[in-house]
Design a protein around this ligand. Structure first.
Ligand SMILES: [Zn+2]
Ligand SMILES: [Zn+2]
Length: 179
């Protein structure tokens, strides 16, 4: 698969460039995802995290429904919120996930650095030596290697820390990114 282009700020906007809850649907086209990196969980009454957008600007993300599974919300991971809108009239950044939409919000076990690295992965050559990438990593199905030696070196050399993140990205955007 071709990874999504995370540099595309129309598809992956910052908090400041999100449509607001008061904007009409008119003029909004296509799909967008707010990707934020979790800083801390702040659930008091409603499930809430404090997170940073792609520019490092802090915001709070609150879910309007109870019973949301928060177990994957660890510091440093990313939340992916489709069609997110910014709530107006708040001093700080604020995004609400409406009732019934918590299921569309996904977690990537990795930060923005993992997302950006995914964009550099070759779909044909070995990630180790640059030779022919004849096999894929079984974990993520994304990174290619020429053989066992490069695979082991790649794993201990850093892929271990990004493999699960790559897998999640592939599962979220897999076919959609190729549309
Ligand atoms: Zn190789
Ligand atoms: Zn992998």
């Amino acid at each position: 698969m071709a990874p999504p282009d995370f540099a595309d700020q129309d598809a992956f906007p910052s908090l400041a460039s999100l449509p607001t809850t008061e904007d009409s649907d008119e003029g909004l086209s296509g799909k967008w995802w707010l990707v934020v990196q979790i800083k801390e969980r702040m659930t008091i009454t409603k499930p809430t995290v404090v997170a940073a957008d792609r520019e490092g600007v802090d915001l709070a993300v609150t879910f309007e429904e109870a019973g949301v599974d928060e177990s994957a919300w660890r510091k440093g991971r990313c939340l992916v919120i489709p069609q997110a809108r910014r709530t107006v009239g708040k001093a700080t950044g604020f995004v609400r996930v409406p009732e019934g939409q918590a299921g569309s919000v996904k977690t990537v076990p990795g930060g923005w650095d993992v997302l950006r690295r995914m964009g550099d992965v070759s779909d044909s050559t070995c990630a180790g030596c640059g030779g022919e990438g004849t096999s894929r990593c079984l974990g993520c199905g994304v990174v290619r290697y020429c053989g066992k030696e490069c695979q082991v070196a790649g794993w201990t050399g850093g892929h271990k820390g990004e493999c699960k993140g790559f897998k999640a990205i592939r599962e979220i955007w897999g076919d959609e990114a190729n549309e």
